[in-house]
Write a protein that binds this ligand. Structure first.
Ligand SMILES: NC(=O)c1ccc[n+]([C@@H]2O[C@H](COP(=O)([O-])OP(=O)(O)OC[C@H]3O[C@@H](n4cnc5c(N)ncnc54)[C@H](OP(=O)(O)O)[C@@H]3O)[C@@H](O)[C@H]2O)c1
Length: 291
């Protein structure tokens, strides 16, 4: 199957999620506006932001400006944002409304619980509010981020029974996505097998390992062999694993070159070689095993 920058993957709720996007973590508002515009102009169709990043307004404005200037309909662009904290039911719905207002958009394509901290009751309350906001038409797809197997198992009782809304039970909707740090140096085989088995799409954050392993000899060798950059080898690994990759860059040149990953292929042996580099490397936060 040949992929391109606008290839999509079908989520378990039936909607289409682009296979490749721009992450905007640690960007100022100006950087986020400019990078989002450059990415959309280069053909990207997925933008990944969060309440936490303090740049939702800039991303939403860039998206709206791009649509107005290019004629590309809003419906062809996929906007993701995330719930900052699990602070209880009322707080979650209010956060969704705030994020929506900040972006200036009519709906959010994908909304994720940013992480599991807060405990089972708070996670459950947040999830119930995401389901409610989805039914109200504010959110198209809903999912989680940094959820470990234990957190997904908590939810499974709800989605397998379907439609349960008790005081201490999970609302019966399966998350469509789990966004986790995934790359050859952090493979998280337990989480990825679980999500693949249960048809939960994996999005890879830090797909470039935050540049920390560009000089690794295996990455360097494969880059030379395929006449590609280390970043492109890592992104190709992500795509061939079946993940949605969301590399971050504030440079127009790197935004364009990062997307030039659809014209070559890593062999099965090369994929295995990369996958064997796992060292459980934490590049940012690690909450997948929190209570
Ligand atoms: N759910 C979560 O908890 C979570 C956590 C972290 C991140 N994320 C999401 O995932 C996205 C990506 O992860 P990330 O930002 O942590 O890390 P990343 O994409 O692995 O790496 C970003 C770093 O790589 C550099 N870079 C990008 N392209 C490059 C290239 N071609 N050559 C050399 N350097 C390059 C960037 O610098 P320049 O900008 O200068 O190019 C930046 O320093 C985030 O932006 C965010 O949307 C989610």
């Amino acid at each position: 199957m040949s992929l391109n920058l606008q290839s999509t993957i079908t989520l378990n709720d039936g909607t289409q999620l682009p296979r490749f996007g721009l992450g905007v973590y640690e960007m100022t508002e100006d950087e986020a506006y400019q990078s989002t515009k450059w990415a959309l102009e280069a053909g990207y169709r997925l933008i990944d932001t969060a309440d936490w990043y303090d740049n939702e307004a800039a991303c939403g404005r860039a998206l709206r400006d791009f649509c107005a200037e290019s004629g590309v309909p809003r419906s062809e662009i996929y906007y993701t944002t995330k719930l900052k904290h699990n602070l209880g039911a009322k707080s979650a719905y209010a956060s969704i409304r705030r994020s929506l207002a900040a972006s200036g958009l009519d709906y959010i394509d994908l909304y994720l619980i940013h992480g599991p901290p807060g405990g089972p009751a708070r996670r459950r309350e947040s999830w119930a509010e995401l389901v409610r906001a989805q039914k109200d038409g504010l959110l198209r797809s809903i999912g989680v981020s940094n959820f470990g197997v234990r957190h997904l198992e908590e939810m499974r009782v709800g989605w397998e029974q379907g439609g349960v809304v008790g005081d201490d039970e999970w609302v019966g909707v399966k998350p469509s996505v789990n966004q986790v740090d995934l790359h050859p140096f952090m493979t998280r085989d337990d989480i990825t097998s679980y999500c693949m088995k249960h048809d939960i799409t994996l999005e890879a954050w830090a797909p470039l390992v935050r540049t920390m392993r560009f000089n690794h000899p295996v990455v360097q060798r494969l880059a030379t062999k395929h006449a590609k950059q280390p970043a492109q080898v890592l992104l190709r690994y992500s795509l061939q694993r079946g993940y949605v990759a969301i590399p971050k860059s504030v440079s127009r040149e790197r935004i364009v070159s990062n997307a030039d990953v659809f014209g070559f292929e890593l062999s099965e042996v090369e994929m295995q070689e990369l996958h064997a580099l796992n060292e459980d490397l934490v590049t940012d936060w690690e909450v997948t095993t929190c209570p």
